[in-house]
Design a protein around this ligand. Sequence first.
Ligand SMILES: C[S@@+](CC[C@H](N)C(=O)[O-])C[C@H]1O[C@@H](n2cnc3c(N)ncnc32)[C@H](O)[C@@H]1O
Length: 398
Amino acid sequence: MHTKLTINKIDNQGRGISYYNNKIVFVYNALIDEEVEVEIIKETSKYYLAKVINIIKSSQDRIQPKCPYINECGGCTLMHMPFDKQMEFKKNRLKDILFKYAGIDTEIKLIESNKDLFYRNKITLRVNKNKFSYYNKDSHDDVYINRCLLANNTINEIIGNHSFIYIYDGDITIRTNYNDDILLVINTSKYELHDDIPENIVGIIINDKVVYGESYFKDKIGDYNFKVSYNSFFQINNYIANEIFKILNNYLEGNTLLDLYCGSGVMGISMKDKVKKIIGIEKIANAIKDANDNAKLNGVKDYKYYADDTSVMLNKINDKIDIIIVDPPRSGLNDKTIKDIIKIKPNMIGYVSCDPMTLARDINILKEHYNIKKIYGLDMFPNTYHVETVMVLERKDV
Ligand SMILES: C[S@@+](CC[C@H](N)C(=O)[O-])C[C@H]1O[C@@H](n2cnc3c(N)ncnc32)[C@H](O)[C@@H]1O
C-alpha cells in the first residue's frame, strides 16, 4: 500500500513520524518537514511502519546515503543525515530520555568517532548457499551484500571473496583486529573448507569447535593489549572504547575496583594505574579466561575474576569496594543488582551503557544515593541511532 505523508517530527530511533488513518506511522529514513510517498511495510493495531518510495519535498538537511542497500537492510537509520545533524540528534535523544525517565538535566558532552564509516571490527551475517546477507527485522527479507560500509575493509574483503569455504546455511561472524587478522565464527549444518585459506585468517571456529588455527586473536585499544576469544564480547569501535577508558581514568580513583559485566576485562584493566586491586564478574567462562590473561598481559598485579552471573555473585564479594564500573547488556541492571550495589556503597560508579532507556531507568533509582558528576555521550555506532553513554556517579554521603 502506498500513500503520501508529511513528516512532523523524528522519534528516538531516528524515524520520521506522521499519521495515517488516525494511526501513527514510523517512516524510515525521512526527515522533519519532508513530504514523502511511502510504502507501508507493516501494520499493527497501534502503528504502521513505512519506507520512503519517493521524496516529493526534500529537507535541506538530506544527504544521499552512501550505501546501496539503505532501503532494504534497515541498519543505517541515520545515513541520510549529515554527520553534524546525526550528532545533534544523538545528543538530543540522550538528553530527552534522561530528562523524561530520570529527571536528569546535567550537561552532556558528546564525543565523536574518528571514522563515520568502516569502524566496526565485527559483523554477523546470515548465510544461504555461501551467500552472505543481513536480515531485515521488519520485512524479514535476506538482504544479500557484497560489502557493508560500517565494517572494517578487512571484513569486507571476506564478504566479497570467500571461495576458500562453502557454507550451506546458518550464520557467520567475522571479527578483525588492529593487525587485520580475521577470526571466523560459523554456525551451520554443513560446510566445506578448501586449502586456499587467506594468510590473515588466524582462526575458523565452526559450531563451537576450532577447525583451523586458533580460537582467539590479540587486539589493541590505546596503549593496552587484549586477548579476545572468538565468543568474548569486545567493543565494536576501538577508537571510542579508548575514549571510554580516558573518561573512566579521568574521574575514578580508589583502592579496589569492581568491574561488573567485565567481558575480557578491558574497562577495569584500563584503570590499572588508578587502583590497587581489580575484581571482575562476567558470565561467559571464556571471557573470564581472557580477563585473567589480559590482566597479566597488561601488568596488573592484584586481580580476581569470577565467571558467574552478576546478580548471583555480587553479594558474595567481601572486599571493601571503592569504585564500581558497570557495563551491562542493553537490558541494563536488574533490581537485585542495583540493591547490592547500593549496599556495597562504592564512593564512585562509572555506568557504561549502550541503551539510554535502561540507563535512565537504573539511574532513576541510583540517584537517591548518588549525585551525577559527568555525562558523556559517545558515537560508538555512527550512521545508526545508537549512542553509548558513560555516566560518572559520586556517593552523596562521602
Ligand atoms: C556490553 S558487554 C561489556 C563487556 C566489557 N565491559 C567490555 O568493555 O568489553 C556486557 C557483558 O556482560 C556479560 N553479561 C551479560 N549478562 C550478564 C550477567 N547477568 N552476569 C554477568 N555478565 C553478564 C556479557 O557476556 C558481556 O560480556
